[in-house]
Design a protein. Structure first.
Length: 336
């Protein structure tokens, strides 16, 4: 799999009229992706339920929407994000349970209609994930999540990401073009295009090649992570302010980058090796996200789907003054 990055569409849900708007946007995406009528209907149903639940149980929230790759086709990812009072997912999944005076079939129906479904909820709010694929398409073998948003919903995003997966190896790229807007996006896309042609080469070499490709653009920060199950280690090389961490339930280890600007100037690219043992999450993020966060402040979050984690980090730690990208990958799933 060679997955080109895309931004997340964020749909504000504050009143009933926006429920219909969210449904129409999701249906339009389903049509664009050639979903059959029945599959597009599932997308419409899940979108309506998620948006309605945001109003009923949190008062307002945001619905994140994006295309997501499957094994033999493309699906749609929907994530409802709020800052409401939270709820007990184990209770609310059961049909007949309601906090809003309804029949109480909402979350149970969402789970039945979705190939991938997950929830995290606490007193700071809730994040509900639903991924829907056409009936003949299976979810990808790799568990990952990405939340990417341009500043002020600009059509151009200076952050760029790319993922490649071949069964036993994964290579992940995040680039943050200097500034934001079209020029920053042009810089990021120039680097990502080179990376995509040979994603499994030595990460330091990849950065040098991106440096050459981005020469003449604004340049930017960039980082590459290469994980190989056969050697049980992650190799990471970064230049500039791309954050990186390896995380499990007990601890977090930061990944080291060097100062400089890819496409302009840096002394040299150096890669570092980090052991990967058991369940670990790789998290990479641009500096549109604050760096002072700790998943241990959210009990149980480390065990949720990576898309839940990416959306929650964006909700609570987005700086709000730059493009932002959060990529989360469950490394132990690779090669299973």
């Amino acid at each position: 799999m060679n997955i080109s990055g895309s931004t997340t569409t964020a749909l504000l849900v504050e009143d009933e009229s926006q429920v219909g708007h969210a449904r129409r946007v999701a249906q339009a995406l389903a049509q664009q992706l050639d979903f059959a009528d029945g599959d597009a209907g599932r997308v419409a149903l899940v979108t309506t339920e998620l948006a309605t639940n945001l109003l009923k149980h949190a008062g307002h929230g945001v619905l994140h929407l994006r295309a997501t790759p499957g094994q033999t086709g493309i699906g749609i990812e929907l994530i409802a994000v709020d800052r409401g009072p939270g709820f007990d997912p184990s209770e609310c999944i059961a049909d007949g349970y309601s906090t809003g005076g309804t029949q109480g079939t909402g979350l149970g129906a969402l789970m039945r209609q979705s190939q991938v479904f997950d929830i995290h909820s606490d007193n700071r709010g809730s994040v509900v994930l639903a991924q829907l694929y056409p009936r003949h398409v299976s979810p990808p073998p790799l568990l990952f999540g990405v939340s990417q948003h341009s500043l002020n919903d600009d059509p151009s995003c200076g952050d760029v990401w790319h993922l490649a997966f071949d069964g036993s190896r994964i290579s992940a790229l995040v680039i943050d073009g200097i500034g934001h807007g079209e020029d920053a996006e042009r810089a990021g896309l120039a680097g990502a295009a080179v990376f995509a042609t040979a994603p499994f080469i030595e990460p330091a070499t990849s950065l040098v090649e991106m440096h050459q490709a981005m020469n003449g653009t604004r340049g930017g920060a960039a980082a590459v992570s290469l994980y190989d199950t056969s050697v049980g280690k992650l190799r990471f090389a970064g230049v500039g302010n791309i954050g990186g961490a390896l995380i499990n339930a007990e601890k977090s280890r930061g990944l080291a980058s060097h100062p400089g600007i890819v496409g302009s100037q840096f002394r040299k690219a150096v890669a570092f090796d980090y052991p990967v043992d058991g369940r670990q999450l790789l998290i990479m993020y641009s500096d549109g996200l604050q760096s002072r966060w700790d998943l241990r402040d959210y009990p149980g979050l480390v065990h949720r789907h990576p898309a839940i984690i990416a959306a929650l980090l964006h909700r609570d730690f987005c700086r709000g003054r730059d493009d932002v990208t959060v990529m989360v990958i469950a490394l132990e799933e690779i090669g299973d």
